[in-house]
Design a binder for this molecule. Structure first.
Ligand SMILES: Nc1ncnc2c1ncn2[C@@H]1O[C@H](COP(=O)(O)OP(=O)(O)OP(=O)(O)O)[C@@H](O)[C@H]1O
Length: 824
């Protein structure tokens, strides 16, 4: 062992000597002055190389790979950047194919095919992780097996090797995301290295590494596609400023400086300076859920975020366009006529252009035609004049009469020309006025009219229609909501053209985007990487319920590759078991999350009777957690008010290190924070304390389940759950193989909302269950029926299918008779 360490140390010493020598040489060479543009380019390149050499100097590499190929046994060292000495690579960049091999090897499969044709076989004999500190190899670990296994109880767990386990255990005490270059897992690496051109959609469990993948993928793409991708044309969209500051450290580490990093809200303000006066997604969420007309606002919000609304806007704009075209032929005389058909044809041929440009072209087309006609008319009048003159005037004898007639004739010619010119001018002025530039705002304000919805959304539910018309009054007064931003941007781009175009856009936490929003972002980029988790869609009053609607749309333009990530790396197995419990109780429609086999303490459920007791107990928990060595702690509250109350109480108790976070643009300073749950998405902490997980706060509702699941999965090591009264039904233990908790009979369920029995039946007549064939309730025809019945309410349809999946599983185990008994 010692010998091995010595060998590694000698290799490190040698590598450091080479790097230092290169640093000295490059520093010298960077002192020169550039005397020409090409020299300047070379100098820039030298600065870049010097910068990377200096960056990797303290930690030249993190891994070693030994393999056997047709040339024999080889050893390479993998680092964040490649370094060559005399044409020989002494450190291989993690983004190369060899780097891929390093990540692909998880101790299970040993033989790989590589090379451009994928035919060269290679056998990996060792993958070694190396930890370097102060120029010493402080540790080396030969990486063992990491694989998903199924336990005896049918549960799936990812068994880790010691190296990954140690990395996951040692969460740093900074509130920052760290790079995972040295321990990227195979399924993550595959996403990072997907080709540039397609639209990638990643549905990944909480803690599966989506944010990490997003940033590592940019680093990879910039490295691999140096000629196609300009870092100034890459945009990363994150949910809030707090989140952006959260991965700020990582940007230089991954060599992705210069990438535009923004929130959608901030990005949208490039278009409309007034965006800042519209409540952002978090404010919008708070407002909606505090509103007595919450359900109605959600209906409006969902519709405005849908692709149906986008289609309606398309039709509306197209129709307005047609209305602005001349009603009929432009007719100066029978010889000078421009038919309506030719104008429409011209207009149609410019359909790829922005609306206003298109009309500019139509106007120019009419003007150009009129000018030509005017010239032709002038020529004709001149010819006629000449003819008359030759025929009738020239033969007349010289004298006053001849002069007089000539003058009349000339006047007549002038009048004819003048009349024609006036007619042309009038026509041009008229169309000029009519085909003026239209603003997106004006267009949007005009959409909310009954006849427009009747025309292009004839099947719209009366209630929704009424709500939209009512909402139109607000729009007319420019009182916009968050969900108006995307349609306004879309209309602006449609009307005035896009002022921005990206090579690549990465969208993290994409479940909080509506299908409409994702669709427009896709239009702004040549390619996109979209990552999210529907189970964490706490803003589902606006965002996605599933990926299908967007995927179907996106596939019309580019191939879409959808990938599921099921393994979660953030939390201990005990914490993920509780998170999975929430999913099971809420009939989650996707496979459960696979935890890693990292053991930790069991989450605690602690009942308190009043607020004073809660504060005391939280205070004790903080003492205990801090004493155990954990550093970052989040106390999650149900809303801003509770967060403030708790904060003041704990401050009174002498807690100094506390920080109250109430705003998504907040930059975290302290390591112990109090924050409303809806702001904590994407972040992670050593320990999470939830102030109230009672049935009053987390009811058996999809929205509540998403909030609870997201909150729980913020914790690395510890989870403490307080509640007053009864524990949330979402947290009670239920065997995943069991049928869902008691509901009315299945047939009852079909006609009522199982979450709220007071909701009126949706299906007029209950279907009778007559014979064993009744199980055909699940057949295609029935599915169609359900989709129709729940149309317009995607949550309901989705819940239905989720519930049905679990029910089906249970039904198949129970046998037909038991099932029928339940149905009756
Ligand atoms: N391969 C890996 N090696 C080491 N750590 C990892 C790996 N993958 C993920 N992690 C860690 O797991 C945690 C979760 O990662 P990340 O925040 O990227 O996940 P996420 O899918 O975006 O999570 P969420 O959706 O819950 O916000 C982070 O601490 C990250 O460093």
């Amino acid at each position: 062992m010692e010998n091995e360490q010595q060998v590694e140390q000698q290799h490190l010493d040698k590598t450091i000597t080479i790097i230092e020598k290169q640093i000295d040489m490059k520093s010298e060479s960077c002192k020169r002055m550039a005397t020409s543009p090409s020299e300047e380019q070379l100098l820039k390149q030298d600065y870049k190389t010097l910068d990377s050499l200096q960056k990797i100097r303290p930690n030249p590499y993190f891994g070693r790979l030994d393999f056997q190929d047709e040339w024999g046994q080889e050893t390479v060292y993998i680092g964040k950047c490649g370094v060559a000495e005399n044409d020989h690579l002494i450190i291989v960049d993690w983004r190369t194919d060899i780097g891929k091999l390093y990540n692909s090897y998880q101790g299970v499969k040993k033989d790989f095919l590589i090379g451009t044709d994928g035919k060269q076989s290679i056998e990996i004999t060792r993958k070694r992780a190396l930890v370097i500190q102060d120029d010493r190899i402080i540790k080396y670990t030969d990486v063992g097996k990491t694989e998903v296994v199924e336990t005896e109880t049918g549960e799936k767990v990812k068994m880790m090797d010691a190296y990954l386990e140690e990395i996951l255990h040692e969460t740093e005490n900074e509130l920052q995301l760290r790079d995972i270059i040295s321990s990227i897992q195979e399924e993550q690496d595959e996403i990072i290295r997907l080709p540039l051109n397609n639209t990638i959609v990643v549905q990944g469990a909480a803690g599966s590494g989506k944010s990490s993948i997003a940033l590592h993928r940019i680093s990879y793409l910039l490295y691999q596609y140096q000629n196609e991708l300009d870092r100034g044309n890459v945009l990363i969209l994150a949910p809030n400023e707090m989140f952006l500051s959260y991965f700020r450290n990582l940007v230089p580490e991954l060599d992705i400086n210069g990438i535009e990093q923004r929130t959608f809200y901030d990005w949208a303000s490039t278009y409309f300076t007034d965006v800042r006066s519209i409540p952002d997604l978090h404010q919008n969420y708070v407002e909606i859920y505090a509103d007595q007309k919450k359900e109605e606002r959600i209906l409006i919000s969902k519709y405005k975020g849908s692709l149906q609304f986008k289609k309606l806007l398309d039709k509306f704009v197209e129709e307005i366009g047609r209305k602005l075209l001349p009603y009929g032929d432009i007719h100066f005389s029978d010889q000078h006529m421009l038919t309506k058909e030719s104008i429409v044809e011209f207009y149609e041929s410019r359909s790829h252009m922005p609306f206003n440009d298109r009309f500019k072209e139509v106007k120019q087309y009419i003007q150009h035609w009129s000018k030509q006609e005017e010239n032709a008319h002038e020529r004709k009048v001149e010819e006629e004049f000449e003819e008359v003159y030759e025929k009738w005037i020239r033969p007349l004898p010289e004298g006053e009469d001849r002069k007089q007639i000539y003058t009349y004739l000339e006047q007549a010619k002038k009048i004819r020309l003048e009349l024609f010119r006036e007619q042309v001018k009038k026509t041009n002025d008229e169309y000029g006025r009519k085909m003026k530039s239209v603003s997106a705002l004006r267009m949007y304000k005009s959409v909310f009219q009954k006849r427009i919805f009747n025309l292009w959304a004839p099947d719209m539910d009366e209630k929704l229609l009424g709500l939209l018309l009512e909402n139109g009054k607000k729009i007319a007064k420019e009182q916009f909501s968050y969900e108006d931003i995307a349609p306004l941007i879309y209309l602006d781009a449609k009307i005035n053209g896009k002022s921005l175009q990206y090579d690549h856009i990465v969208i993290d936490e994409a479940q909080d985007y509506s299908p409409f929003q994702l669709a427009i972002m896709q239009d702004y980029a040549k390619s996109t990487t979209i990552l999210g988790d529907v189970a964490q869609g706490i803003f589902s009053h606006y965002g996605l319920d599933n990926w299908d609607e967007f995927q179907n749309y996106a596939e019309e333009k580019h191939p879409v590759q959808r990938i599921n990530l099921q393994t979660s790396y953030r939390s201990t197995k005990e914490i993920m078991d509780i998170a999975n419990r929430v999913l099971i109780n809420n009939s989650y429609p996707y496979p459960l999350v696979i935890p890693v086999n990292r053991q930790g303490s069991h989450p605690t459920f602690e009942k308190v009777t009043h607020f004073g007791e809660l504060c005391d107990r939280i205070n004790e928990s903080l003492d205990r957690i801090l004493a155990s060595g954990h550093q970052t702690i989040a106390i999650l509250s149900k809303d801003a008010e509770s967060a403030t109350d708790l904060y003041h109480q704990l401050k009174q108790k002498g807690r100094k290190e506390l920080e109250l976070v109430m705003d998504p643009s907040h930059e975290l300073q302290q390591r112990v924070i109090i924050i409303p749950s809806y702001l904590v998405k994407g972040l992670e902490f050593d320990a999470v304390i939830m102030e109230d997980v009672s049935d009053k706060v987390f009811e058996d509702q999809t929205h509540h389940a998403k909030m609870l699941y997201m909150s729980i999965t913020r914790a690395h090591h510890e989870l403490v759950l307080y509640y007053r009264g009864e524990l949330s039904p979402l947290l009670t233990y239920r065997d995943p193989a069991e049928p869902p908790p008691p509901r009315p009979t299945f047939a009852d369920w079909l006609i009522t909302d199982y979450r709220d029995p007071s909701v009126l039946p949706q299906v007029e007549s209950q279907r009778e269950v007559k014979d064993p064939d009744a199980i055909l309730l699940f057949e295609e025809e029935e599915e169609q029926l359900m989709t129709e019945y729940f149309d317009g309410d995607r949550n309901r349809v989705q819940d239905f299918y989720a519930w049905r999946e679990i029910w089906k599983k249970w039904a198949s185990e129970q046998g037909t008779q038991t099932v029928l008994n339940t149905l009756q």
